[in-house]
Design a protein around this ligand. Structure first.
Ligand SMILES: CC(C)(COP(=O)(O)OP(=O)(O)OC[C@H]1O[C@@H](n2cnc3c(N)ncnc32)[C@H](O)[C@@H]1OP(=O)(O)O)[C@@H](O)C(=O)NCCC(=O)NCCS
Length: 201
């Protein structure tokens, strides 16, 4: 079903069709997301009932090659999901009332308390290329900045060209490479890991 949403812009009421992702609409949507909090996008902490939608995204063939664990059964994923829940920093991004993406933030202690690491980040592949990841990450960066974070860092595999392009578009810089850091069980070779960083103003 097509969903039409209203929000109030500076010049009055805007209408946008979010189900239709034309470039002009996408740009308008992202500009509006920046200015206003849309009723249909939301960050919240993960809860136990998110297991199935998180597992569906995590184990998708376009996602699982780039996260920490090899493909596994739901029963094996459940304790991993519980650990993410227990961290208290595994975030869900909702888009049009459905779970559209997730990420985990980790703060360091003591003298590196101003640094946060991002990990376990993915968007539902059905929504790739529609600005959902950008909206989710910008919101995460706003939250981290408000929490006093000055530096955000993450790891991305050298063969994950989509994520590398994504993070570079969002302002992250390549800071170094960890040689042979990552290994998928079905592949013979080891993969390099790039360290990306972003300083928050
Ligand atoms: C990386 C990922 C989160 C991007 O999410 P997304 O919702 O598709 O990204 P967006 O549509 O918001 O794109 C934002 C920007 O990233 C760039 N980008 C995204 N996907 C891209 C791709 N496949 N190729 C080139 N650029 C890409 C776009 O240029 C876009 O820039 P623009 O807004 O200026 O046009 C998503 O592809 C994903 O979940 N990948 C699998 C899991 C993964 O790799 N996680 C990262 C682990 S480190």
């Amino acid at each position: 079903m097509e969903r039409r949403l209203d929000w109030r812009g500076r010049n009055g009421v805007h209408r946008a069709d979010h189900a239709c992702a034309g470039d002009a609409r996408k740009r308008r949507y992202l500009r509006c997301c920046k200015r206003h909090r849309h009723a249909d996008t939301m960050r919240r902490l993960a809860r136990p009932t998110d297991l199935d939608p998180v597992f569906a995204i995590y184990s998708h063939p376009q996602v699982v090659p780039y996260l920490t664990y090899d493909p596994m059964e739901r029963s094996a994923f459940a304790p991993i999901f519980d650990e993410l829940l227990r961290s208290g920093s595994f975030w869900i991004w909702e888009h049009e009332g459905a779970l559209a993406g997730f990420y985990k933030t980790t703060r360091y202690p003591g003298r590196v308390h101003h640094v946060a690491q991002l990990g376990t980040l993915a968007v539902d592949p059905r929504l790739h290329g529609q600005g959902v990841g950008r909206a989710m990450l910008n919101d995460a960066l706003r939250q981290l900045r408000a929490d006093g974070v000055k530096r955000v860092e993450l790891y991305a595999e050298a063969d994950n060209s989509q994520a590398l392009a994504f993070y570079h578009r969002l302002g992250f810089a390549h800071e170094g490479t960890l040689k042979a850091f990552y290994k998928r069980s079905h592949e013979a070779h080891y993969v390099d890991e790039h360290v990306l960083g972003l300083l928050l103003e």
